[in-house]
Design a protein around this ligand. Structure first.
Ligand SMILES: Cc1cc2nc3c(=O)[nH]c(=O)nc-3n(C[C@H](O)[C@H](O)[C@H](O)COP(=O)(O)O)c2cc1C
Length: 163
């Protein structure tokens, strides 16, 4: 028997990740979505990918705008991660979230620990999601510590992990 969705989700939860807010812009609309399906792809071209549910509001804006920025969150930004995982939050529209337009035109969050600003180079449809491959046009880092996500919970460096 194939695994159930619950088993699959629970198992993938053992893959500890960082947490990002993927931001995008089209015309005057900006948006940010919490995402951990981010990976680096290649150095030639410099590229990353993110998988976005086709039902996400972010999907519509990203598809239209063709730009996105992967903002890697610091341990100070757990509240932002939680807010940008809710479609109805003001933060998902970047209200009250300090940002500036990046090289691509996508919003770069001023408080991000690091960012990769991208233009979409290619997309691939699979299941409920679109994989957006982005070519990096700018990157940046700042001092700080990362936010983690593991087995459905946020964590910070120094937190004890429960077995
Ligand atoms: C830690 C975490 C990681 C997530 N990663 C993704 C992801 O990689 N892709 C995705 O489509 N949704 C992901 N989600 C769910 C979206 O953040 C959430 O459904 C969001 O509200 C969708 O964007 P929208 O508000 O633009 O519709 C994640 C949620 C959490 C809490």
């Amino acid at each position: 028997m194939p695994p159930s969705k619950e088993d699959f989700r629970r198992t993938m939860g053992y893959f500890a990740t960082g947490v990002t807010v993927v931001t995008t812009a089209h015309n005057a609309t900006v948006r940010g979505m919490t995402a951990n399906s981010v990976a680096s792809v290649s150095l030639d071209p410099l590229s990353v990918l993110v998988c976005v549910n086709r039902e996400a509001i972010t999907h519509r804006i990203l598809s239209a705008g063709g730009v996105f920025c992967v903002n890697i969150l610091s341990d100070k930004l757990e509240a932002l991660a939680r807010a940008c995982a809710r479609p109805d939050s003001p933060e998902a529209e970047l209200t009250g979230v300090p940002f500036h337009p990046g090289e691509s035109g996508a919003p770069v969050l001023d408080d991000a620990l690091a960012y990769i600003d991208c233009r979409v180079g290619k997309t691939a449809e699979f299941g409920t999601h679109t994989v957006f491959f982005g070519e990096a046009v700018d990157v940046g880092t700042r001092e700080g510590l990362p936010l983690f996500f593991y087995r459905g919970q946020y964590g910070k460096p120094g937190d004890g992990l429960e077995e």
